[in-house]
Design a protein around this ligand. Structure first.
Ligand code: NAP
Ligand code: MG
Length: 500
């Protein structure tokens, strides 16, 4: 692609934060072995502001050669460096320092995230603070990674050690760049691993800025490496690399399957956090004042570019029309627009590609015979904006009810009774999340148990906290991140027999 010289004045119009402007002006480099370097090929690519389509920065296009270099330095840091074997209190201190630095720079990081991703600034702030909390949470675990003593024959003593896995390749998507970075790097480091992170091509900037903060925290060189570049080259090189021990991926189910195939060469450990088509089930006894706006943000937060978005809204038939009226009313009041404006709820989609994809699905919905209660028009002008769109007259078998759209688009589908709600809710290849709205406690517990999904929300939506596992049933993934479950992803168990 021919590179345009970025005009920061145009791309970051309205931004006055000196640290953000300074960062944008600095040349972007890869972080390899504690040094900032250009891609070996010398190539760069443009990263844009999706709210105005202007080029924010040129970013190094790392590829296989750069991944090879990062693996060499990470391997050295792992085998000969102090990181895997330092006193756990010290490791915790490093993670706490990173958390403090992220929090100290929350305004700057949030603006940068919004500029590059398009998410509402209030959300970007929330994600950044969650990232700091994630580093703090895993700092706590660094000193609590226990083995066990087993009831062996008295002539023997048997115990287990939980040891790091080694060099971890971590490939993240564009929809929550700072949060995804933290979910990957924090537990990997807490367990004594070293990391090679590949941010998404659309949103590399905050990872590079946090890379600077990680250097400021004085982490030993080679422990965290950041290679910006494309999935098909840099990402694929990580997934298939013979000297990477583990790959952690968040993104589409389609690419997740490629990662799994590519990992088989050296049987790397793989964890996958993939897509979803989550059912949000509303019974007539729900608290409508809460259920309606929360269900709306369940598929509009981050313009619906959320893996656990509640995009299939199931409503009991006799109360369907009333619910749709309320939902449409709230949707008409959603403040969509400039994501840097503190009162904006919904910003643009991340890219032209996503804009075309989401509008394509909206067209498909209409062709399938679904009706739009609100939205559904293709917006013109600068920026990749899509209005909240609610489809009715949807059957769970339609394409718009089966495939991940990744935009602020929901299908409202009627159900007869509790069994039907659970049956339709589970009738999907995905199983990332679900919600149930009811005041009937027994029903809430029954449905929560019957739904096949990794997270179930009762009378709430999109609540995520690093204390609790997150991940998918069925084709929504393999393994669980967050909580103590990330320790399973980033440690391996050794059993030691001692003859007495
Ligand atoms: P994607 O391709 O799955 O991107 C996720 C990450 O994987 C990015 O860093 C990507 O690099 C990398 N990647 C792509 N191909 C790869 C390969 N062959 N080997 C290794 N890594 C590879 O997702 P997308 O293209 O950005 O979005 C497409 C659709 O995926 C969306 O519309 C949405 O439905 C879904 N999606 C889901 C999530 C989620 O959290 N579940 C997140 C993002 C997207 P590049 O940035 O260069 O592609
Ligand atoms: Mg892609």
């Amino acid at each position: 692609m021919a590179s345009t010289v970025p005009s920061i004045e145009r791309a970051a119009r309205g931004v006055t934060s000196a640290p953000v402007l300074d960062f944008l002006r600095r040349p972007k480099r890869l972080l390899i072995g504690g040094k900032w370097v250009t891609a070996k090929s010398g190539k760069t690519f443009e990263t844009i502001n999706p709210a105005n389509e202007e080029v924010l920065a040129l970013v190094p296009e790392g590829d296989k050669a750069d991944v090879d270099e990062a693996v060499k330095t990470a391997r050295k840091a792992y085998e000969y460096g102090k990181w895997p074997t330092i006193n756990p209190h010290q490791r915790a201190k490093y993670l706490l320092t990173i958390a403090d630095l992220i929090e100290k720079h929350v305004d700057e990081l949030a603006i940068l995230e919004t500029l590059n991703n398009g998410m509402a600034i209030s959300l970007a702030r929330g994600f950044t603070l969650m990232a700091a909390d994630t580093f703090r949470y895993y700092a706590g675990w660094a000193t609590k990674i226990y083995g066990e003593t087993n009831p062996s024959d008295p002539s023997m003593f048997n115990y287990t050690l939980r040891e790091p896995v080694g060099v971890c390749g971590q490939i993240i998507p564009w929809n929550g760049p700072i949060a995804m970075l933290a979910w990957k790097i924090a537990p990997a480091l807490a367990c004594g691993n070293v990391s090679i992170l590949k941010p998404a091509e659309q949103t590399p900037l905050t990872a590079l800025r946090i890379g600077e903060l990680i250097m400021e925290a004085d982490l030993p060189e080679g422990v965290v490496n950041i290679v910006t570049g494309y999935g098909e080259t840099a990402g694929a090189a990580i997934a298939s690399h013979p000297d990477i021990d583990k790959v952690a991926f968040t993104g589409s189910t389609e690419v997740g399957k490629l990662i799994l195939q590519a990992s088989s060469g050296n049987l790397k450990r793989v964890s996958l956090e993939l897509g979803g088509k989550s059912p949000n089930i509303v019974f007539p006894d729900a608290d409508l004042e809460d259920a309606v706006p929360t269900s709306l943000m369940g598929f509009c937060m981050l313009s619906g570019q959320v893996c656990c978005a509640g995009t299939r809204v199931f409503v009991q038939s006799d109360f369907h029309d009333r619910f749709v009226d309320h939902l449409t009313h709230y949707a008409s009041k959603v403040k969509a627009g400039d994501p840097l404006d503190a009162s904006t709820m919904v910003g643009p989609l991340v890219s032209k590609e996503q804009f075309n994809r989401v509008n394509g699905y909206i067209g498909t919905g209409k062709n399938e015979g679904a009706k739009t209660a609100i939205g559904g028009q293709v917006r013109t002008g600068k920026g990749f904006f899509v209005d909240p769109t609610i489809f009715t007259d949807v059957k769970n078998s339609m394409k718009i009810a089966r495939e991940e759209i990744f935009g602020p688009v929901a299908a409202v589908i009627p159900f007869k009774d509790e069994n039907d709600a659970v049956f339709q809710g589970n009738d999907t290849t995905y199983g990332l999340a679900a919600a149930v709205w009811t005041r009937d406690v027994s029903r809430a517990f029954r449905v929560a148990r019957a739904i096949k999904a990794g997270t179930v929300w009762v009378n709430c939506y999109n609540n995520i906290d690093p204390i609790s596992p997150f991940g998918g049933y069925k084709q929504s993934g393999i393994g669980r991140e967050l909580g103590k479950h990330s320790l399973d992803l980033y440690t391996q168990i050794k059993s030691v027999y001692v003859k007495l």
